[in-house]
Ligand binder design. Structure first.
Ligand code: NAP
Length: 284
């Protein structure tokens, strides 16, 4: 068997075209242009690239983006004052604080200060609490992208056993919460670095999601023939090659469907940020 490719690049284009149409409609009917404020602290090159890509994606779909660049030495108080201004700014519907922040700043304090109505990354305790309570407002972008990749490719999720490898606050844990929501209805097992007999769990899965950050960790013998495999990992090998957490060439021989890296979950993450920003503007 050779797995069908779950093409995130293609789906991201399709969804961004939908978001662009809905953004234009909002402007036409209510004179409202969704706005995303990006807060970038310091000069980390990776963070600069992420923010640039997010702003380009905003431009493409007609969402206004506002960049706030602060020096690495900015005080926590000044950063919190900026967040307070953005919380109150009616042109800003979503606020994105690019993480990580410099070590002298308490990241949790900054995330906690975001208005729950503008937390388009979905990382704040408020957003995660609503999700855990079964009435989500903003779904965190990467796990939401995983869900869209499954649903829009007609992969049955209701009743399926999904094994998620990884329990981070930005991927594994919210993904498990999303998949077990009423109406999505997966049976979810979450594995982590202390899980025993991991391969026994992964082999029992209809869908395996690898989100642990270890290059080519998931081997073909850890996957039940016919299972669906989603690879969230992004790992750079010493020679510069980008690979996921799945041994792609081997696993595609046993899986029925699989996401590539790059071009799988990655492009979906930015798309879901645009989606959340549009939702934030619509609910004003
Ligand atoms: P993280 O915060 O480092 O969390 C990794 C998780 O994997 C932890 O829960 C850890 O367990 C678990 N883990 C580590 N080694 C393991 C092992 N040998 N067996 C089982 N579980 C193990 O990473 P993250 O932020 O969730 O990111 C995970 C990967 O996704 C990374 O490659 C990251 O670059 C990528 N990522 C991609 C996107 C995207 O847009 N595509 C977005 C975010 C992240 P413990 O909790 O026990 O330590």
């Amino acid at each position: 068997m050779t797995a069908v490719l779950l093409d995130g690049k293609q789906l991201a284009q399709t969804m961004q075209a939908e978001i662009a149409a809905q953004t234009a409609e909002l402007l036409r009917t209510r004179g409202l242009r969704p706005g995303l404020a990006a807060v970038l602290v310091g000069e980390d090159p990776a963070s600069q690239i992420y923010v640039r890509n997010k702003r380009r994606a905003c431009d493409k779909v007609g969402i206004a983006s506002f960049l706030h660049e602060l020096p690495a030495a900015v005080t926590e108080l000044d950063l919190l004052a900026l967040i307070a201004r953005l919380n109150a700014d009616p042109a800003v519907h979503g606020i994105l604080v690019q993480l990580p922040l410099p070590p002298h700043i308490n990241e949790a304090a900054v995330v906690d200060a975001l208005s729950p109505f503008k937390d388009v990354d979905g990382f704040s305790p408020h957003s995660l609490g609503l999700l855990a309570a079964g009435r989500p407002r903003f779904l965190p972008c990467t796990p939401h992208g995983v869900l869209q990749l499954l649903v829009r490719n007609n992969i049955p999720v209701a009743g399926a056993h999904v094994v998620v490898i990884g329990r981070s606050n930005i991927v594994g844990k919210p993904l498990a919460l999303i998949l077990m929501q009423k109406g999505i209805d997966a049976t979810v097992t979450v594995c982590h670095s202390r899980s025993k007999n991991l391969a026994d769990w992964t082999r029992s899965a209809d869908i395996v999601v690898a989100a642990l950050g270890k290059a080519r960790f998931l081997r073909a013998d850890m996957v039940r023939p016919g299972a669906v495999v989603v690879d969230v990992g992004i790992n750079r090998l010493p020679d510069g090659t980008l690979v996921g957490d799945v041994d792609f060439e081997a696993v595609r021989q046993v899986a029925s469907a699989i996401t590539p890296v790059p071009g799988g979950v990655g492009p979906m993450t930015i798309t879901m940020l645009l989606y959340n920003t549009l939702q934030a503007a619509r609910s004003v």
